[in-house]
Design a protein around this ligand. Structure first.
Ligand code: 13P
Ligand code: SF4
Length: 305
């Protein structure tokens, strides 16, 4: 690490203490951002930490819907994002009006939505879910005749296959995960025949079909740690490999595709974290009326899992 970086990290730590702040980072964040985080995790873990922290300020290093979720769960805390332009294209593929229209078309259906949605969309949901618990949430709805599952059609396909339920879906997808192709996995498997293939359920169905395990990002971290295997092909955003290598220095990790990089997840830098702490902005706040409704959908999810 060069000298200026050390000084930057020292300033961030000092200011973090002064502001009574915690830094949360998603598993896809740049290594330098993961390094200064108090917690790193997947969407579910970060929501849970946001819900129970005593810190006054949450510096959220991730994408916009994640910071919104933190604000929904901790309305009395100040949630700030070092770069609010970091959105999630999948979350932006469905508006609240789109969901209201879909619900009108299927008035008997219960609405389940991935956490990768805006607060306005969450406010229209009956249940929220994450990649960790999507199957469990749908399995818990055995008495419901019809289920809407939005916005990711590939996660929906995976959940439908695992639960045996037909789902009413939306045409959303993650532009980063669809870049991972079946031929990428086949090529990597040829080079590393002993490697276990882990993939995220946002991947194409043809990619999911080739996996040894279909997991959220933190579930991948756990799987890699606990598995006796020494090599892994990682079918998700390439940033996770940094954490996997750090946690398991004696194991090898091969990104399925170097193309699978989420540009929004790379917008946050150490400098921007420092500026956010200095200026206590940009704050992410959800209007009360929307927040209360969105919170219900998240709480119903947390009650199931
Ligand atoms: P995880 O909840 O598995 O970390 O996934 C979040 C996400 O945005 C994946 O692209
Ligand atoms: Fe959204 Fe995909 Fe980026 Fe995750 S990887 S934040 S789903 S665009």
């Amino acid at each position: 690490m060069i000298k200026e970086d050390k000084e930057l990290v020292r300033k961030i730590k000092e200011l973090k203490k002064k502001r009574n702040a915690i830094i949360l980072a998603h598993n896809y964040q740049l290594p330098e951002v993961q390094d200064i985080a108090d917690f790193r995790g997947d969407s579910l873990e970060l929501s849970r930490i946001a819900a129970k922290t005593d810190a006054q300020v949450i510096v959220f290093c991730g994408v916009y819907f994640m910071a919104e979720t933190a604000s929904i769960l901790s309305p009395d805390k100040k949630v700030i994002m070092p770069d609010t332009s970091a959105g999630c294209p999948m979350a932006n593929m469905m508006s609240a009006d789109d969901l209201r229209m879909l619900k009108q078309k299927h008035p008997q259906a219960v609405a389940v939505g991935y956490v990768n949605t805006s607060a306005e969309v969450k406010a229209e949901l009956d249940y929220c879910c994450t990649s960790t618990n999507a199957v469990a949430v749908v399995n818990a709805l055995k008495d419901k005749k019809e289920i809407i599952f939005i916005p990711d059609k590939y996660l929906a396909d995976y959940v439908s296959k695992k639960s045996g339920r037909k789902l009413i879906i939306w045409n959303g997808f993650c532009p980063t995960h669809v870049k991972i192709l079946p031929e990428d996995l086949k090529r990597e498997k040829k080079f590393h025949p002993k490697a276990k293939i882990m993939v995220h359920p946002e991947c194409l169905s043809s990619v999911v079909a080739l996996a040894d395990a279909v997991l959220s990002t933190s579930q991948m971290a756990k799987f890699a740690k606990e598995s006796p295997a020494k090599e892994f092909i990682v079918g998700t955003e390439a940033g996770l490999v940094y954490r996997l290598k750090q946690d398991n220095p004696d194991k090898e990790f091969y990104p399925a595709s170097e193309r699978a990089v989420c540009p929004n997840m790379k917008r946050t830098t150490q400098e921007k974290v420092l500026w956010a702490l200095e200026e206590l902005k940009d704050e992410v706040k959800v209007p009360d009326e929307i927040r209360k409704k969105a919170r219900l959908a998240i709480e119903r999810m947390l009650a199931i899992v």
